[in-house]
Design a protein around this ligand. Structure first.
Ligand code: AHR
Length: 517
């Protein structure tokens, strides 16, 4: 028995190393462009700004008396950086915070606003100086669609209906008059509304059956005041693989009341022992990537349930929280979820966005958690300093996919082998922009091995190709306040075009985006 075990272990190692060698051979990627392919909704590239740690206060918002250059209290450098991503939507005010938030406390003269204790995140007292006007005006400056998360857990139907009237009604009414008194004549016409957040947990610990009924009630009173283009109601969705949640909501909520159904998935291996954001070995990297790539299965299975009830795919799957979640940086408040961001996060982001692109027929919105100073942030600040993380650069490289037509890809991925476990090493998605430019984004997940790929350019109808790459010497590398540009995209030339075929070598843990004309 022992002998057999030894033999089978040796056989396993032999197979694994054979597969590893095999992974060095060339992978052919084929493309099947079609006019029927879905458009990659720009809203897949959305962000999330919760009242959590230094995301809003000390992040986005420094107040208009700050010496840091700002527009109505919002940092100009953050505005510029997010505009450069073509940020399509921004979710606010939470997260768990949303189900404790009473929007009327955040309007009117700032010195008269009551405080709120942020019970979920560090127990800090906030002065409500950043409220509805501040957020919605900031969205206008950013040129982004606001996505408001309404309080179901500790709020009321009336409170939520009032918020919709306050933000969206142009005529005379108690709430629109109040908005005008507070200095805003025209409504903002907020389109995206979340009805609660994580209703199965911090949003009220509800069962799926109970929440479905609550949802129906709240959605009924979320009137579309002007009937100008409509309000899109988004239900608080499942955590990870809670398929019962999705099934119950799809079954019990009339389709016409449901614009989108959410899903949350964080790439965490062990919630009690998440590990450091920067000081990790290949075991943790492999674990994080296994969790990240699980998104493929989650999106496929949740979509299949939605297909049963909504075969015409009218309801959006909205992955409104995703990303890596590690231990907080040493010496920081554990409730503030402040973490650094390495090449691991860049690979995670590139692979996840490829999954969303490839499921563009159902995934029409997503929000990386979170934009500034929290979790897998695209921006980190330290007083007046600001840095862009590797994840920011992936978002910037991938923005070319926003509202482009998906080009379905086909390939058989080589394996990334670690400790006798395997993952697909390669992730690819492609799209054609309205002006005909084609983009192919590729990620080599393998921590150690380069991978060779061959693309048939004739299938894509392109001749001239350029490429950009994001990688670094070490997987653990990150941008710091002392070395802010250690990781940034560079032109990539390590590819060859011959007889209509493009051969490229992807270095380990790299993200590459090709542009073809
Ligand atoms: O993004 C941090 C928290 O994670 C959010 O507040 C909550 O919705 C989720 O559990």
């Amino acid at each position: 028995m022992v002998k057999f075990k030894l033999k089978s272990t040796l056989l396993g190692i032999f197979l694994a190393s054979t597969l590893a060698v095999f992974s060095q051979s060339t992978t052919t990627v084929s493309f099947s462009a079609s006019d029927d392919a879905p458009i990659i909704n720009k809203h897949i590239y959305g962000h999330f700004a919760e009242h959590l740690g230094r995301c809003i206060y000390g992040g986005f918002y420094v107040g208009d008396n700050s010496s840091i250059p700002n527009t109505d209290g919002v940092r100009n450098d953050i505005i510029e950086a997010l505009k450069n991503l073509n940020i399509p939507n921004l979710r606010w005010p939470g997260g768990c915070f949303a189900d404790t938030y009473h929007w009327k406390d955040g309007i009117g003269p700032k010195d008269q606003r009551p405080t709120i204790v942020n019970t979920w995140w560090g127990g800090v007292t906030e002065d409500n100086s950043f409220g509805t006007h501040d957020f919605l005006n900031m969205c206008e400056v950013l040129g982004t669609e606001p996505y408001l998360s309404a309080n179901v857990g500790s709020g009321t139907v009336q409170e939520m209906a009032d918020w919709v009237q306050y933000t969206n009604f142009s005529g005379t009414s108690p709430m629109s008059d109040l908005r005008k008194e507070n200095g805003r004549e025209k409504p903002w016409n907020v389109k995206y509304w979340g009805i609660g957040n994580e209703a199965w947990g911090c949003g009220g610990n509800m069962t799926a059956e109970y929440y479905a009924n609550e949802y129906r009630k709240y959605a009924t009173f979320m009137s579309d005041w002007d009937n100008t283009g409509g309000v899109i109601r988004i239900a608080s969705g499942a955590s990870d693989d809670d398929y019962h949640w999705t099934e119950t909501l799809m079954k019990n909520i009339p389709a016409k009341m449901l614009g989108g159904l959410a899903l949350h998935h964080y790439s965490v291996i062990d919630w009690d022992n998440k590990g450091s954001a920067t000081n990790f070995g290949e075991d943790l990297y492999f674990g994080t990537m296994s969790e990240a790539l699980k998104m493929e299965e989650l999106v496929t299975k949740h979509s299949a349930i939605m297909d049963k009830y909504d075969p015409e795919k009218k309801i959006d799957l909205v992955v409104d929280e995703w990303g890596g979640w590690y231990d907080v940086e040493e010496g920081t408040n554990p409730g503030f979820l402040y973490q650094q961001n390495t090449m691991r996060d860049a690979v995670l982001a590139g692979a996840t966005l490829n999954i969303f692109n490839n499921h563009a027929d159902r995934v029409r919105m997503a929000n990386l958690a979170q934009a500034v100073n929290v979790l897998q942030a695209v921006i980190l600040t330290d007083d007046a300093k600001m840095i862009l993380t590797p994840t920011y650069h992936v978002m910037e490289m991938y923005k070319v996919h926003q509202d482009a037509q998906l080009i379905p890809v086909n390939f058989s991925s080589p394996l990334y082998v670690y400790n006798n476990k395997t993952l697909p090493a390669i992730s690819v998605s492609a799209s054609k922009a309205k002006n005909g430019t084609v983009h192919v984004s590729m990620v080599n997940v393998d921590a150690k091995k380069e991978n060779k790929l061959e693309l048939n350019l004739n299938e894509l109808g392109i001749k001239n190709v350029t490429a950009r790459i994001l990688t670094s010497k070490s997987l653990q590398d990150f941008n710091s306040f002392n070395n802010p540009n250690k990781i940034q995209p560079n032109q990539y030339k390590d590819f060859e075009v011959k007889n209509g075929k493009l051969s490229v070598t992807l270095p380990p843990f790299s993200v590459v985006v090709f542009e073809g004309k």
